[in-house]
Design a protein around this ligand. Structure first.
Ligand code: ASP
Ligand code: MG
Length: 390
């Protein structure tokens, strides 16, 4: 959507779909870096602008793109109408900047479809019970699209992006990355929460909940994309992808008392600060003390340390610190449930590359390791090579 040429290409994809006899509802995000630019503008006048005003500002990006796209479609000779989030029936809670969709009332959209119009909806935004605009959090347009698809029981929700689908690793960084024909909701969810940039994780969560079939495909090249759905054909692939998340930090408490209740005391304080903890590692106690380390989103590292400072002083902890020079590397695949040597394969690849693992965590279909940030790209390449070859 970044410029006029790209906008026309998007308009063409839409009118082609419409010509095939489909009812088409399109959700768009802001053009190019518009949202970032708006945030930068706000910072110039107020470093601590209220979240309400930030939402009012950020929502403007999508107002520009929906109207331009409707005009582009009109120029191709097809009927289109643009709608802001509230006009399209998006009701959200009151959490400005990270609002949750409570309901989509698609009456207006239906009425416009009945007039044979192509409906263009502003993604990323809704209206709360105070009649204020809210935004859904960065990358929220994917979620808007899935929400409409669910509310209207659409046959398919296609997510057009700048890559051709879901890959076994970021194709911009790993030349050997392969496009997947299909992937399950659960695998996609694990990949999205492990740092894969392709889909917003809340959109996948919602697609799974309402059984909305997704297809991820390119708005630039014409090619089949990746289907995201409940079950996929049986495949020989052990894992579906390798992802990197370098937006994490590790918080370490060295030398806390080795006695009952410590984990509770530590993590209840972190939770009270509304910080989500991911990996947790606790050492075996020795000489009456032990160490606890855990990861948090990088932006929450200082707040996590603050939430523990008084407590750590009170119990005489030797050291409390946060380290941002880390990255999380994950492999994801339902094949892990039936193959026991998958994690070992990842560790072997990292060992051969001489990369030290700081922490390990896993779920049924995911193994994640924490490594030095400087090793992260090399780690992804090594692990990807191990499972997928050159
Ligand atoms: N324009 C919003 C953002 O940049 C929403 C989106 O891109 O999906 O976060
Ligand atoms: Mg955007």
């Amino acid at each position: 959507m970044a410029d006029a040429a790209k906008l026309m290409r998007v308009a063409k994809i839409i009118t082609d779909t419409y010509k095939e006899g489909n009812d088409v509802v399109v959700v768009v995000s802001a053009q190019g870096d518009t949202t970032d630019d708006l945030i930068a503008k706000a910072k110039e006048v107020n470093q601590r602008a209220s979240k309400r005003e930030m939402d009012m500002l950020m929502a403007a990006g999508e107002q520009i793109s929906i109207s331009l796209l409707a005009m582009a479609i009109d120029s191709l000779g097809y009927p289109a109408i643009s709608l802001l989030g509230w006009q399209a029936g998006f009701e959200t809670n009151t959490k400005y900047g990270a609002a949750r969709i409570k309901r989509v009332n698609p009456e207006r959209i239906r009425a416009e479809l009945d007039k044979n119009r192509i409906v263009i909806v502003a993604g990323f935004q809704g209206l709360n019970r105070y009649d204020d605009m809210t935004t859904l959090g960065r990358g929220g347009s994917d979620t808007s699209a899935v929400a409409i698809a669910a509310a209207m029981r659409a046959d398919l929700c296609q997510i057009y992006t700048d890559v051709e689908g879901v890959y076994t690793a970021d194709p911009r960084k790993i030349p050997g990355a392969k496009k997947l024909d299909e992937i399950t909701y659960n695998e996609m969810l694990e990949l999205a929460t492990s740092g894969a940039q392709v889909l917003n994780n809340r959109s996948v969560e919602m697609a799974k909940k309402y059984n909305v079939e997704l297809e991820v495909l390119s708005s630039i090249t014409v090619a089949t994309g990746t289907k995201v759905k409940e079950v996929t054909k049986m495949e020989k692939m052990l894992i579906k992808g390798v992802a990197k998340d370098d937006g994490v930090a590790r918080v370490a408490l060295i030398g806390v008392p080795d006695e009952p209740g410590i984990a509770f005391k530590v993590f209840s304080r972190v939770a009270k600060a509304h910080i989500c903890v991911d990996n947790i590692l606790q050492s075996v106690g020795r000489d009456g003390t032990k160490d606890i380390a855990f990861t948090v989103p990088a932006g929450d590292a200082d707040a996590a340390v603050e939430s523990l400072r008084d407590y750590c002083e009170a119990v005489g902890t030797k050291e409390l610190r946060a380290d941002q020079d880390v990255a999380k590397i994950s492999i994801v695949g339902a094949g892990m449930e039936t193959h026991e040597n998958v994690a070992a394969g990842m560790f072997e690849a990292l060992a051969d590359a001489g990369i030290n693992i700081q922490m390990i965590s896993s779920s049924e279909i995911r193994v994640s390791v924490l490594v030095d940030k400087k090793d992260a790209d090399r780690a992804v390449a090594a692990v990807h090579r191990h499972f997928f070859g050159e």
